[in-house]
Design a protein around this ligand. Structure first.
Ligand code: NAD
Ligand code: TYD
Length: 341
């Protein structure tokens, strides 16, 4: 029996992880601890087996709340909770430092105090900075930490705190660094769900700069399966890069989605570039493939087809996610309103 303490499980990746684990591992029990920020959404948890899933509304930076929710016999803390959007971190970094750094430290302390046998930190390839677009270079586990934006810097700082807890106190920790995820239930501030939400309503799609920035995309369930492998078999103190060898330029991502929806490329609207926009992310996943025997299941085409279908069929979810606060964010970020349907 696994007893897992998942943080951020009402968000995009955390909820996919909770769904997958409850569906595939009948001996697993989950406490899902989430502050329900603008990105957390209880809709994402509908239809789960409630006998093995306990939702607790709480903030990872609140020590008392974490200790109250952390049950005896917990096998692992898996920390998904984060402020996760680069553009918001550029507008204001404060919450990123509080949740991503201080919150991670609170969880590390709680793991020690309660003798939780394993701590899994969900990190990101962005901690390693940007790669040149025209060279055959990839991020490996040995790439130096070189974050370029406040979000990435806060995630890199969190990694340092995780490593410090391992080195200083002998806490059993593992870190995963994944590339860009896509799939159902991703908040529509991120690129792919933004493209889909706008295109489905025939609204223009803001493309930053020249649109030639490269991201390494992975279907969310493939990421979740890799996290499970790292939890079960990863070596203590180590980092595992996760990727599906799927680099795409942003402009090609938009065109692929518009083509699949039968929408015109004229919806693409070049806008001012993101400040400090990282040019290219590309992951060498040899370690997780070789040491942990993990491979992605989905191809880019099959994962994208599932994602497009989910957004096309879940207009009500999109409408609720794009409610008042989102509309204000959109206007601030893009200088234009999204029109009501
Ligand atoms: P998300 O923004 O969709 O969800 C974050 C969740 O964390 C939300 O449910 C939110 O309510 C919760 N949360 C935020 N602050 C909290 C706090 N103080 N206490 C408790 N809960 C809090 O993010 P996501 O895309 O699902 O990302 C999950 C994790 O994966 C993050 O740590 C992120 O850095 C990492 N990651 C994401 C990607 C990606 O492409 N989305 C890629 C690599 C790594
Ligand atoms: P995003 O989904 O924010 O993820 P990240 O910044 O963590 O990689 O953005 C993915 C890429 O899409 C990134 O190069 C920025 C670009 N982008 C746009 O061109 N327009 C947009 O409106 C957004 C949100 C992102």
């Amino acid at each position: 029996m696994h007893k897992l303490f998942i943080t951020g499980g009402a968000g995009f990746i955390g909820s996919a992880f909770v769904r997958l684990i409850l569906a595939e591992i009948s001996s697993c029990e989950i406490t899902n601890f989430d502050a329900l920020t603008y990105a957390g959404n209880l809709d994402n948890l509908q239809g789960l087996d409630e006998s093995r899933h306990r939702f607790v509304h709480g903030d990872i930076a609140d020590r008392e709340a974490v200790l109250n929710a952390l049950e005896e016999g917990t096998d692992a803390i898996i920390n998904f909770a984060a402020e996760s959007h680069v553009d918001r971190s550029i507008a204001s970094a404060h919450e990123f430092l509080r949740t991503n750094i201080l919150g991670t430290q609170v969880l590390l302390d709680a793991a020690r105090e309660r003798h939780v046998p394993r701590f899994v930190q969900i990190s990101t390839d962005e901690v390693m900075g940007s790669l040149p677009e025209d060279e055959n270079a990839f991020f490996t586990e040995d790439s130096p930490l070189a974050p370029n934006n406040p979000y990435a810097a806060s995630k890199a700082a969190a990694e340092h705190m995780v490593n410090a807890a391992h080195h200083t106190y002998g806490l059993d920790t593992v870190i995963t660094r994944c590339g860009n995820n896509y799939g159902p239930r991703q908040f529509p501030e991120k690129f792919i769900p933004l493209i889909l939400s706008n295109a489905l309503e025939d609204q223009s799609i803001p493309l930053y700069g020249d649109g030639r920035n490269v991201r390494d995309w992975i279907y969310v369930e493939d990421h979740c399966r890799a996290i499970m492998r790292v939890f079960e078999r990863g070596r203590s103190g180590e980092v595992y890069n996760i990727g599906a060898r799927n680099e795409r330029r942003n402009i090609d991502v938009v065109k692929a989605i518009l083509d699949a929806l039968g929408k015109p490329h004229e919806l693409i609207h070049h806008v001012k570039d993101r400040l400090g926009h990282d040019r290219r992310y590309a992951i060498d996943p040899s370690k997780v493939e070789g040491d942990l025997d993990w491979q992605p299941v989905e191809t880019w085409e099959s994962g994208l087809e599932k994602t497009i279908r989910w957004y096309a069929e879940n207009g009500a979810w999109i409408q609720r996610a794009r409610s008042g606060a989102y509309r204000d964010y959109y206007t601030r970020q893009y200088g234009t309103e999204i029109s009501a349907r």
